[in-house]
Write a protein that binds this ligand. Structure first.
Ligand SMILES: *Cc1c(COP(=O)(O)O)cnc(C)c1O
Length: 371
């Protein structure tokens, strides 16, 4: 066990971190401290290089959970008279629509099923039918089911049709390949506490420099103004308002470990092994994943809940938690499911232990799975 006796979080953020990452939070930093501000700068440089954005992109860190950075990106980079297409295959896509509505920005929803990736054919059909579309807001990995959307193809299509693309890559950044140098993407948003395995508390936006520079005065929010945050940081090297110092220090430590592990390819491969061990172990118990293997991302797996009337998620959750593993409720409206994350400082062995705990919990609760 990597983490001693703490429970293992099989949730897609907050997630299980290493002792080294937690250790990094044991000292206090002043926001004027040059060493602290160099740490922020080095984090931004590392984050840019993960998505090959060193040349034309900048990284703007932002206080708050991931949604704060998504809202900052949409509110700062999308002009008020824009029309944004949102391919919707889950709760995080719906959240993009809600943010746009609050911001008073026109949005067009492309409604998809929870298990249906955002195909380029459907998106281009929308571009042709609604030429007033100027932007696309796309979730890369829809965490509500664990579904992977084909980002490279969508980016290429946006480039061909001259649409601006903003990507919520919250649960894929660092684990799945993203390359902004290939073109088609204006901004990528993620946060400290997902696949980078930091602790939650800050997000960041990797944005094309020319797009950010054109965004002065666009944001109606003071706290979530990306341009102001960036301009202030350029001028002073400091965060504009109180920085989440311990979160930043933990992210620095997490990124050091990320690089030592072998970067995105190694992180993605470990999650792939975790995911395969989980699905295989659960299949042996009789659980079926909700998604087809072809669209399943190795980050979180949605399983159909047992049909047995003896099954109750809360009791099941508590029994598995008492064995040391924290599961996640389902987030689908139509079918009864639960989710198991495969990200965090865990390996395939932890996944097998979790499967064993699930098996024991079912036995204790007298829940049977249909063959
Ligand atoms: C986690 C996540 C977010 C941000 O959620 P917060 O609770 O604000 O951190 C946004 N989009 C996706 C796809 C996510 O997985």
């Amino acid at each position: 066990m990597i983490n001693g006796s703490d429970p293992i979080l099989l949730t897609p953020g907050p997630l299980t971190t290493t002792p080294a990452t937690r250790q990094a939070m044991l000292r206090d930093w002043g926001s004027w401290d040059a060493a602290f501000n160099q740490m922020t700068d080095s984090i931004c440089r590392d984050l840019l290089s993960i998505v090959s954005g060193q040349k034309d992109f900048v990284c703007v860190p932002m206080q708050g959970s991931g949604t704060f950075s998504v809202e900052a990106a949409l509110g700062s980079l999308v002009p008020r008279d824009a029309v944004v297409l949102v391919p919707n295959n889950g709760a995080y896509c719906t959240r993009l629509l809600k943010i746009l509505e609050r911001l008073g920005i026109a949005a067009i929803e492309l409604k998809l099923r929870d298990d249906e990736p955002a195909g380029v054919a459907r998106i281009e059909e929308m571009f042709l039918r609604e030429p007033r579309i100027t932007h696309v807001a796309q979730v890369h990995l829809e965490t509500s089911a664990g579904l992977l959307n084909p980002l490279d193809e969508i980016a290429a299509s946006c480039a061909r049709f001259d649409k601006r693309l903003i990507v919520d890559a919250m649960s894929s950044f660092g684990a799945l390949p993203i390359d902004v140098s290939k073109g088609g993407i204006d901004a990528v948003v993620s946060a400290s506490g997902k696949c980078l395995e930091g602790v939650p508390g800050m997000g960041f936006v990797i944005v094309r420099r020319s797009v950010l520079e054109a965004s002065e005065g666009v944001s109606r929010s003071l706290a979530l103004d990306l341009y102001d945050q960036y301009a202030y940081m350029q001028k002073t090297t400091q965060w504009r308002f109180t920085p989440p110092t311990h979160v930043v220090a933990a992210l620095r430590a997490a990124l050091d470990q990320y690089k030592a592990e072998g970067g995105q390819a190694a992180r993605g491969a470990r999650y792939q092994r975790n995911c395969a061990a989980l699905i295989e172990g659960m299949a042996a118990l009789g659980f079926r994943p909700f998604l087809d293997a072809s669209v399943q991302a190795p980050v979180i797996v949605t399983f159909h809940a047992p049909r047995d009337p003896a099954y109750d998620f809360k009791r099941f959750y508590e029994a598995v938690r008492d064995a040391g593993y924290v599961l996640y409720p389902g987030k689908l409206t139509e079918v009864e499911t639960f989710r198991v994350g495969c990200i965090g400082a865990i390996d395939a062995n932890e996944m097998l232990n979790a499967v064993a705990a699930i098996s024991r919990a079912l036995g204790m609760l007298h829940v049977r799975l249909a063959a």
